[in-house]
Design a protein around this ligand. Structure first.
Ligand SMILES: *Cc1c(COP(=O)(O)O)cnc(C)c1O
Length: 229
């Protein structure tokens, strides 16, 4: 019950920000981040019409996708860090990978994508806060990785993803997203398949939608607080 209400409320918020920032209605998709939550929570969200789900841990993502094959049209998005020895599991079980940041991972996902599945949708992760410890490449490194991804026949480049360092004020959040917004638009102009800017979490959805997000990744506001991670 709570999950259904939370999804409705989140969808209504997305719509109101689309209006406030003159975004086309329906241009911002909702990715429900179900990491650490049981399959029953995913089934509840699915019953409410939710179809896109995000997971952070490779084995958990694969297990849940296996257990929920009866949910038609469900789409699995991987949004966690990727170790190269885990790429096969992702290539076999996911529809999307948002967190691509290395040529080696792109090549492995390409080689390991089963021939009977559609191309794997990928986003390149950008480190927009410039912190040493965070995942993602700098914008200066983007062109090189774009070329590598475009040369993988079993991958389809859909766009960019980022996880900025948490900031409280809307103005600071907007300033952080500005260079990403510009890089995304330049990429979308030059690469036909690019249509996705994966930014926005429970704490910065407004700034992300103002900054051109086309997919917000929302966990806590839908499923409640997590006990771990
Ligand atoms: C957990 C997670 C989210 C969801 O965060 P919430 O604050 O719970 O909305 C979004 N994106 C990534 C990459 C995450 O790991």
């Amino acid at each position: 019950m709570a999950i259904a209400e939370n999804i409705e409320k989140t969808q209504a918020e997305i719509t109101s920000f689309e209006q406030k920032y003159q975004r086309a209605l329906g241009s911002v998709k909702l990715l429900a981040v179900s990491k650490t939550k049981p399959v029953s929570a995913i089934e509840e969200a699915y019953a409410q019409g939710q179809r896109l789900f995000g997971e952070n841990y490779v084995q958990e993502a694969a297990d849940k996708s296996q257990q929920l094959t009866h949910l038609k049209g469900i789409e699995w998005h991987f949004i966690g860090p990727i170790q190269s020895n885990k790429t096969r599991i992702l290539a076999q079980s996911m529809h999307w990978v948002h967190t691509l940041e290395r040529a080696k991972i792109a090549q492995r996902l390409n080689e390991q994508r089963p021939a009977d599945l559609p191309k794997l949708n990928v986003c390149i992760q950008i480190n927009i806060s410039g912190e040493e410890s965070k995942s993602g490449i700098s914008l200066a490194e983007l062109d090189e990785l774009v070329e590598i991804v475009r040369n993988q026949p079993n991958l389809i480049l859909r766009g960019l993803m980022a996880i900025p360092a948490p900031q409280v004020s809307l103005a600071d959040q907007l300033a952080t997203y500005q260079p990403l917004y510009e890089a995304y638009h330049a990429l979308a102009e030059s690469v036909e398949t690019v249509d996705t800017l994966s930014i926005g979490m429970s704490g910065d959805m407004e700034a992300a939608i103002a900054s051109g997000s086309s997919m917000v990744r929302i966990g806590t506001a839908i499923f409640g607080a997590r006990n771990y991670a």
